[in-house]
Design a protein around this ligand. Structure first.
Ligand code: UD1
Length: 417
């Protein structure tokens, strides 16, 4: 199994290009299931989660043509197997995103229940509740969600909590439903807006994406379209944190600051100078960061997917920070690994108190989930000496060519077996 070996202590400097957003690409790949015409996508990141989703829809009958770069064409004319088997779903929870589109297009779907994952139980009851409101018959049999509807009907759906993939799944179900669907308490994440933009280009009628009230007028059919995936705001935020933590100075290109207000505000509060143009963000770090407290909330507030990275930067900042995780119940697994590198972190339920120490020391640590692994990379870049990160397949799920990008910024990072 691959490991990442980091020789810490080098301030990052230089330019790096940001890839397309994993969390926008995953639902948009599923959008191809809604039409028999080709969907052409660009800026699709090369990531393990994307490969998993392509395998999943491929075994349903979707033809995938890659252009050898970051573009691909999805043709679901031959869609004939509306099934997401356990073997695939267990490796990636986001597989549940096929459910809404399959029921809408095929009238039926069987999707394995995702079950728990490292960061929490993460049920899909809201996805099911919404489909039932649209008239689908939904049962859970032998670990599979089985949903059927000859044609879904528009409905008013109020989700119990803000759910990103839940909102996306229901939006995809609603675009081909009979009549109007209203999703209240909808997720406002930019990835929901990117999906809505792609569906609109395919002929869907969607108003309000990006607000908590989305109104969808169902249409008889959708057509092919071309869409460019938005830049990855979490990859962007992770590189900003890496530069900030190492006292570096970097320029991130092919990205946008407009989805990152909460993160950029916190980095400025920590003492970084940040300048933004429409497609670039430049950051210059102070000699030592100030501790900054964060509380995770749905967009536009501070994202849970940046919590682990901020724990890493706070571990060497001046002062004490309180980190509160309100979205997932078990998302502090990186804390014990950061402590192994010398961080001073006290955990109390969903709160972590991080008191900055003057330095971290390299050690062998283990990645437990995608963003935890990003925080360990940042910690490894700060630490004195060598840090060896095990189980970096977690990292490969969400960070494209990370060692190459970090090397461009001057870091000493090597993949070893
Ligand atoms: C998405 C993102 C993930 C991010 C998360 C929160 C993708 C592919 N993944 O995950 O990176 O960390 O949003 O921003 O976009 N919940 C229920 N019942 C449901 C649905 C959700 O109880 O039916 C709960 C979850 O357990 C969690 C909270 O709601 O506590 C938010 O989860 P949700 O927004 O659905 O996360 P994902 O969409 O899975």
């Amino acid at each position: 199994m691959d490991k990442l070996l980091i020789q810490g202590g080098v301030p990052l400097s230089g330019d790096v290009a940001i890839s397309g957003a994993k969390n926008a690409a995953l639902p948009i790949l599923c959008a191809c299931l809604l039409t028999s015409e080709p969907l052409q996508l660009t800026n699709v990141p090369h990531l393990n989660d994307i490969a998993t989703m392509l395998r999943l829809i491929g075994q349903m009958g979707v033809e995938v043509t890659m252009d050898g770069n970051d573009g691909l064409i999805l043709d679901s004319r031959g869609l004939n197997n509306p099934l997401a088997p356990y073997e695939m779903v267990k490796t990636m929870r986001a597989s549940i995103l096929v459910l809404g589109a399959l029921v809408a297009r095929c009238g039926e779907a069987r999707v394995s229940l995702p079950g728990g994952c490292a960061i929490g139980a993460r049920p899909v009851d809201q996805h099911i509740k919404g489909l039932q409101a649209m008239g689908a018959e939904v049962g859970v049999e032998h670990g599979y969600v089985h949903a059927k509807a000859s044609r879904l009907k528009g409905a008013r759906i109020v989700t119990d909590m803000v759910t990103v993939t839940g909102t996306e799944n229901l939006m995809m179900a609603a675009v081909l439903a009979d009549g109007e669907t209203v999703i209240e308490n909808a997720a406002r994440e930019p990835e929901v807006v990117d999906l809505a933009n792609c569906l609109t280009a395919m002929g869907a009628h969607i108003v309000g994406a990006g607000t908590d009230l989305i109104v969808i007028q169902g249409v008889e059919r959708l057509h092919g379209a071309t869409h460019a995936i938005m830049p990855d705001r979490i990859e962007t935020g992770t590189y900003l944190c890496a530069a900030a933590a190492t006292g570096g100075s970097v320029r991130l290109t092919q990205t946008s600051a407009s989805y990152l207000d909460a993160v950029i505000d916190k980095l400025r509060e920590a003492g970084c100078e940040i300048a933004c143009t429409p497609n670039e963000i430049a950051l210059k770090a102070p000699a030592r960061l100030k501790a900054v407290s964060v509380r995770t909330e749905p967009y536009p507030a501070f994202p849970t997917d940046m919590q682990a990275q901020f724990m890493a930067i706070n571990s060497v900042a001046d002062g004490t920070a309180l980190i509160r995780e309100t979205i997932f119940e078990n998302r502090f697994m990186h804390a014990v690994e950061l402590i192994r590198l010398g961080a001073n972190i006290k955990l109390d339920g969903n709160n972590a108190v991080v008191t900055g120490v003057p330095r971290l020391d390299g050690a062998t640590v283990m990645a437990t989930d995608l963003r935890a692994s990003a925080s360990l990379v940042i910690a490894g870049l700060i630490a004195q000496g060598e840090t060896l990160i095990e189980r970096i397949y977690h990292l490969d799920r969400g960070y494209e060519r990370i060692e190459e990008k970090l090397a461009r910024l001057g870091a000493s990072v090597r993949r070893v077996r």
